[in-house]
Ligand binder design. Structure first.
Ligand SMILES: Nc1ncnc2c1ncn2[C@@H]1O[C@H](COP(=O)(O)OP(=O)(O)OP(=O)(O)O)[C@@H](O)[C@H]1O
Length: 374
């Protein structure tokens, strides 16, 4: 069992990094609590595998510390860290039976054959591999092999955490949901810290209680799927999470609100005051397609848009609109009539977000929530 703490951690693959761009992991502090089901979500190249390999000990970080339950493990080799890692491609010994594959880590630890037997039987049952125990691993399907890979991590009762690096990549789409559900069950049953790396938001939100979104070598937000959706802390989170992602428009600051082209978006006084202190020109407004208000008719204060096209996706529709030169996506319920040619929309204050240098300007009262600081 372990809490995994990353303290001032940074990593560059270059021997003499000179700029922040030379770092695959930019300095970060982060805590994965004992027993949590977490996802590490981000696009290709953002540093997910690098971070996982640092935690498991396959890679030594250039700076900072990795602590398990408060104990620094930087100098402890991977095999002594009690961390199991499941990779994209299953790691199994083809010539061995499923039983022997599952027994391998235990036999390495010189555990008595009686105990090996009972533990393998138990884990095989959890993973629904009991009927395959006598089969040679080479004859298994890709998802069965991946289950054996997971099983090899789970058999060891001393395992503190399991790290999954895109484990469902090679699995047939129709079996993915089954394995994901299995992982969730295993998490509930074994109370092990699990970190699941993926670039797929659906996989992340069905597995994890909390998701760390990574971008450019940094964790830009750590929150529940709902928090990431309703209050993206970074413009990238807005864009990356959601289908389609958040509408983001570059704007300029004025005394009476934020402006793009000839359109003025007014702000509440607190936001206006917060922006008065800002000197950068990198300001964006963001609103999710679900939260754009579509009026039935022309309405006072509403923005007039051209309707470009509509996609009917069954239970909802996505309308593409043009507002003063900016293309916006708007999501409406299937029962709503689709405006033709012209539409009138507004941005409810609660859902209109402002990003300065890509980070959210947060003027809400902070909630009493646990702070993930080191
Ligand atoms: N062994 C290496 N040597 C040099 N650069 C590397 C090495 N491994 C990764 N990188 C670079 O570090 C950055 C982060 O890569 P990493 O593989 O950690 O990202 P990722 O988010 O896991 O991507 P993917 O989802 O494609 O695996 C990328 O710019 C990558 O090119």
């Amino acid at each position: 069992m372990a809490e995994i703490r990353l303290k001032s951690l940074a990593h560059s693959y270059k021997s003499k990094p000179t700029s922040p761009d030379d770092y695959a992991i930019r300095e970060m502090n982060h805590v994965w609590h004992q027993g949590g089901a977490y996802a590490l979500l981000g696009p290709s190249g953002c540093g997910k595998s690098t971070l996982l390999n640092i935690i498991s000990g396959l890679l030594a970080p250039s700076n900072g510390d990795v602590l398990f339950d408060g104990k620094k493990v930087n100098d402890i080799p991977p095999e002594e860290r009690n961390i199991a890692q499941v990779f994209q491609f299953p790691v199994v010994y083809d010539s061995m039976t499923v039983f022997d594959n599952l027994a391998f880590p235990l036999r390495n630890m010189k555990i008595s054959e009686d105990k090996v037997h009972s533990r393998v039987i138990e884990i095989a049952a959890v993973l629904e591999l009991s009927d395959l125990l006598k089969n040679k691993a080479k004859n298994l399907t890709a998802d069965e092999k991946q289950k054996v890979s997971m099983g090899r991590g789970l058999v060891r009762s001393d395992v503190s955490a399991i790290l999954f690096d895109e484990p469902l990549t090679v699995i047939d789409p129709h079996l993915k949901w089954k394995l994901r559900r299995k992982l969730k069950q295993i998490h509930e049953q074994f109370n092990i810290t699990m970190v699941y790396v993926t670039h797929d938001q659906l996989e992340a939100s069905t597995f994890a209680d909390k998701i760390a979104v990574m971008y450019g070598g940094q964790i830009v937000q750590f929150g529940t799927p709902r928090e990431l959706f309703e209050k993206p802390n970074h413009a990238f989170v807005g864009y990356f999470i959601g289908s389609p992602g958040m509408n983001l428009i570059e704007v300029k600051k004025t005394k009476s609100g934020l402006k793009f082209n000839n359109t003025l978006v007014s702000l509440n006084p607190e936001m206006q005051v917060a922006l008065d202190r800002v000197s950068t020109s990198n300001i964006k407004i963001g609103i999710r397609p679900e939260f754009v208000h579509v009026w039935d008719d022309k309405a006072e204060g509403a923005f007039e848009c051209d309707v470009l096209h509509t996609e009917d996706l069954g239970t909802y529709k996505i309308i593409t609109m043009k507002l003063d030169g900016e293309v916006l996506k708007v999501r409406i319920h299937e029962d709503r009539a689709v405006p033709t040619k012209k539409a009138y929309i507004s941005f409810p204050e609660q859902w209109l977000k402002v990003y300065v240098d890509e980070y959210l300007v947060d003027i809400e009262e902070p909630e009493d929530e646990e702070k993930e600081t080191v």
